[in-house]
Design a protein around this ligand. Structure first.
Ligand code: PLP
Length: 405
């Protein structure tokens, strides 16, 4: 493995350029936190700093982008092979690669959600879900969960927190938010003009609070009773992370739409998808060319996605995720935090309000890269790659116990 650092001689030079041209706040924040890092070489569950060579086990994985590890060899081989023959393709034309990836996604829902619209990012796929819900119902209202996060694009941004909207004077009517795990508030908010309820089954940015028993089925019933569609954002919970392909399977609910992103491209090519019922998908025949994305469903991305889906739908792969998740749960059970976990999706909730943030720094110094939950910094998001070996897992558990215990 080599990393040429794009020609920059040292960290200071990268930071100076990044500060000036890309994002000053990020450079300042990381410096202030004494966590300066420029990603260099990367392979499997690890990456290293481009200038010191210090190695980190990636326990955030960009929220699931690196579910299959960095530079997964199967995904790279498939995309590399495809690059000898194809490029991104043409979004106006019919595409065999797009059809093949869509077929796999449909199969992953047991054939229940038969329509797939590809996008480039989770936010774009959420925007499309909201548009499709409004088209299908002829209603405007959208209800989401306080503290949730569905992206920074137009409609997705409107479902989230004011702190992300207000600086940009982002005012979009028709959006309402209610507390998570509170079916009465949800019931009060959903009326006969509500097109959709959108929620992550386990809200990541809120620190992975687990759904109370019966909450998600109650939301589903409420939606059915009121003619409202149910959109489940599985950008973080999906694609094997919780030990099933989709988390909503474990709740025995049947959403009208499911949104996938992050891990779908195997960390190699950005791609996202909105899965939907045939009824919702009918907008593609009612209004041909009414939704357009030049790069959404790029053929190279579809090759990556098909490979990812082939890997993560293997029952042996999912059984291993469940086994490793159980080992993480057992290994950390006597730590000074509450464990919130489904499969290998884990949040460590500390009693101090900034406990997750503090734990992030402590682990960082020991070569473990994780991240606190943006809307609840008392929680550390702890998501190692699903392909972690027994050896690396043992090291990780021992390290976390030693430094946080
Ligand atoms: C649950 C969830 N939904 C949607 C998004 C938006 O995805 P993207 O950043 O690819 O637009 C994110 C991103 O972090 C997310 O965590």
């Amino acid at each position: 493995m080599t990393s040429d650092n794009a020609g920059f001689p040292d960290r200071e030079a990268v930071e100076e350029s990044y500060h000036r041209h890309v994002d000053a706040g990020r450079v300042d924040t990381w410096k202030m936190a004494d966590m300066q890092l420029v990603m260099g070489e990367r392979e499997g569950v690890r990456f290293s700093d481009a200038f010191t060579g210090k190695s980190y086990v990636n326990c955030h994985c960009n929220g699931g982008v690196f579910n299959l590890g960095h530079r997964n060899p199967q995904v790279i081989a498939a995309v590399r092979d495809a690059m000898d023959h194809i490029d991104i393709g043409n979004h106006h034309l019919v595409s065999s690669h797009r059809a093949a990836a869509a077929q796999r996604l449909v199969d992953s829902t047991g054939g229940r959600l038969t329509g797939v619209v590809f996008g480039t990012s989770g936010g774009e796929a959420i925007d499309l879900a909201i548009k499709a819900a409004r088209h299908a119902t002829g209603r405007d209202g959208i209800v989401s969960v306080e503290g949730a996060y569905h992206g920074h694009t137009g409609l997705a941004l409107a479902t989230g927190e004011a702190k992300f909207r207000d600086p940009f004077r982002h005012v979009v009517p028709g959006f309402d938010q209610v507390p998570y795990n509170d079916i009465d508030s949800m019931s009060a908010a959903v009326d006969d003009n509500t097109a959709a309820v959108i929620l992550e089954a386990i809200p990541a940015t809120l620190g992975f609070p687990m759904p109370e028993t019966g909450y998600l089925p109650a939301v589903e019933r409420l939606c059915r009773d009121r003619g409202t569609l149910l959109i489940i954002d599985e950008v973080q919970t999906g694609l094997g992370r919780t030990g099933t392909v989709w988390y909503h399977e474990q709740e025995s609910i049947e959403p009208d739409m499911v949104v996938a992103g992050k891990g779908l491209g195997g960390g190699i090519y950005p791609i996202a998808a909105t899965l939907m019922t045939a009824e919702v998908h009918s907008f593609t025949s009612d209004e041909p060319f009414s939704h357009i994305s030049t790069f959404g469903g790029a053929e190279l991305g579809c090759v990556a996605a098909s490979t990812v889906l082939d890997i993560i739908t293997d029952p042996r792969f999912l059984a291993r995720v469940r086994e490793v998740g159980d080992r993480i749960g057992r290994g950390l059970e006597d730590g000074p935090f509450e464990i919130r976990r489904r499969g290998m999706l884990t949040g460590l909730k500390f009693s101090e309000p900034m406990g997750g943030m503090a734990a992030m720094k402590t682990l960082f110094d020991e070569g473990v890269y994780s991240f606190f939950a943006g809307n609840d910094p008392s929680v550390l998001q702890f998501k190692p790659a699903l392909v972690i070996s027994d050896h690396d897992l043992d090291w990780l558990i021992t390290t976390v116990r030693r430094v946080l215990g």
